[in-house]
Design a protein around this ligand. Structure first.
Ligand code: AMP
Length: 188
């Protein structure tokens, strides 16, 4: 099943935190098929905190939605995300934005993500890799939702040297005992 996940971090070297999260997702949740650029985004809600780094990835996973959620929450725990205020500073946040055409409204999980259409920091990176996707319930393509989104908070595409990503991959590969399993990545 194809999922779109939103990643965000504004603590403890966000570039590295996102790379660590992608590596763990690739090992434990599913194969990463596409990755948006990284975006520096203005905090929404709680203003007095560092800007966030956000990214959206597309994965193919054999896990059912609730199992995927549990796996992603496990990754957040392993990355030592401390509980904090809603919209507050965090080392890593991983959200399920879309689960293909699946619609779910349970106590633990809502997909499409309930705030997807209200947030520039989600729609801009999502539109980069899935502009023509038309999520269920929302009824419009991601490109159209981005166009009409009332959120005016700033979302700036940033580029980091590829070396950064490579060095994180090498470090995590060494930590696993040097295994060099290829992990396909989409566009950076
Ligand atoms: P968060 O603060 O983003 O980690 O989310 C807190 C809780 O939201 C999680 O523990 C989930 O049970 C719930 N939740 C509901 N829908 C979603 C979704 N689409 N993706 C991630 N978490 C969700």
């Amino acid at each position: 099943m194809i999922y779109h996940l939103g990643l965000g971090s504004n603590l403890d070297d966000p570039v590295r935190q996102l790379a660590r999260a992608r590596a763990r997702i690739g090992r434990g949740a599913g194969e990463i098929r596409k990755s948006s650029s990284l975006y520096l985004t203005e905090p929404v809600g709680l203003k007095n905190q560092p800007w966030f780094l956000n990214q959206v990835i597309e994965i193919e996973s054999s896990l059912a939605p609730l199992k995927l959620l549990a796996t992603l929450k496990g990754i957040e725990r392993k990355m030592k995300r401390e509980p904090g205020p809603r919209n507050g500073p965090r080392r890593i946040d991983i959200d399920i934005l879309l689960a293909g055409k699946t619609v779910l409204r349970t106590a633990l999980l809502t997909v499409p993500h309930p705030r997807l259409a209200d947030r520039n920091f989600v729609l801009v990176p999502l539109a980069e890799i899935a502009a023509r996707t038309r999520p269920p319930v929302l009824g419009y393509t991601i490109a159209a939702l981005k166009h009409t989104c009332p959120d005016r908070s700033r979302v700036l595409r940033v580029e980091f040297p590829a070396a950064d990503e490579e060095s994180v991959k090498k470090r995590s590969s060494r930590a696993r005992g040097g295994g060099n399993r290829p992990r396909p990545h989409g566009r950076k």
